[in-house]
Design a protein around this ligand. Structure first.
Ligand code: NCD
Length: 330
């Protein structure tokens, strides 16, 4: 009987012959923004730039030909899921889409570790969105193939934070010296949790604007304080708007409320309108991870400072870069 040697588990992952074994993030998971430093960010943004140029020039190319991505989404998604699919398609790879787990064995009671172990048998990298904090780290513990966290409940959304930072850099030229104001649901919004942490790598000032009920969690405030970054909380936008370089708006995460009536009471508590933009700097940007519900008036969309649709496109290049990196091709 021929013996079968199982591939190595954990961090000593099985590295296929011919790939760049010493490349940054090759074979690694992307779980939290805490994995990044400024040098790594520069590298990722450099690769994202190359991706932008290649897409502009040729549309798609065969860098990841033969590689397969499993897109495993236990929560709704439009942008994250389709941008990872588009990124893989443009790099010549293919995608197993599990965007609705109700059609998968999850409804039969399969555990996350088993589902992940199944999908990695058929793919080279898994993008995971799941409602529980820590789910991506749990999946990574069991998987041999790289896991990319596409949102773990109210925890983190590291690839969104990377694309958010890339947007700020591309649109405003640099990050150091900026005042970033985060407004909306700072309690349950995972994008602001990741972005606030990532911004501590830069010399910036953070403002938070939210109703009492939706304030930034204390453990994140403590982390930001420990980093030495200046942060201040407000109930209204007006006092900080004139000094704001980046206004990052989020929707109320109604699916995370135990009591749905509580969410109703917060409707309209902060809305960006044309009047808001009149009081803002000439050189600033308004960002939003999207989906938008009512927190930015559609009349603002034509303002050149409204960067939220451009922000989505930057996400494609960041996700192309990340896929190429974890698969050892960048
Ligand atoms: C965000 C998310 O899923 O956390 N969306 C996204 O990925 N662009 C924001 C949200 O749902 O409000």
């Amino acid at each position: 009987m021929t013996s079968f040697t199982p591939p190595i588990r954990g961090n000593n992952r099985h590295l296929p012959f011919g790939d760049q074994q010493d490349a940054l993030f090759y074979g690694r998971d992307i779980i939290s923004v805490k994995q990044f430093d400024r040098e790594k960010l520069e590298y990722i943004f450099g690769v994202a730039h190359e991706m932008y140029e290649m897409v502009a020039r040729v549309g798609s190319f065969d860098l990841l030909k033969g590689k397969i991505l499993a897109n495993l989404f236990y929560e709704p998604s439009t942008r994250t899921s389709s941008s990872f699919t588009s990124a893989m398609d443009r790099l010549g790879g293919s995608v197993i889409p599990i965007n609705n787990v109700s059609y998968s064995s999850v409804t039969k009671g399969e555990s996350l570790p088993d589902t992940v172990r199944t999908l990695e048998a058929y793919s080279d990298v898994i993008v995971l969105r799941h409602p529980e904090v820590g789910s991506a780290a749990l999946a990574a513990k069991y998987a041999r193939k790289p896991i990319i966290n596409a949102g773990d409940g109210t925890g983190e959304h590291p690839t969104q934070a990377l694309l958010d930072l890339f947007t700020i850099k591309e649109e405003l030229g640099c990050v150091d010296g900026l005042t970033v104001t985060m407004m909306g649901d700072l309690r349950y919004g995972r994008t602001v949790h990741s972005l606030a942490r990532l911004l501590t790598l830069f010399d910036i000032r953070l403002n938070y604007v939210s109703p009492e009920l939706l304030q930034m969690p204390s453990e994140i405030l403590d982390e930001i304080t420990a980093s030495g970054t200046k942060q201040t909380s407000y109930n209204e936008l007006d006092p900080v708007l004139p000094e704001t370089d980046v206004l990052y708006v989020t929707r109320v995460q109604k699916e995370r409320f135990d009591d749905p009536t509580q969410h109703e009471s917060l409707k309209g508590s902060y809305v960006v309108t044309k009047e808001t933009m009149e009081k803002a700097k000439d050189k600033m940007i308004v960002m939003h991870p999207l989906p938008r519900v009512w927190e930015i008036d559609m009349a603002v969309d034509d303002d050149p400072r409204a960067a939220y649709f451009r922000q989505m496109e930057y996400g494609l290049y960041i996700r192309m870069a990340l896929l190429a990196m974890v698969l050892g091709k960048a």
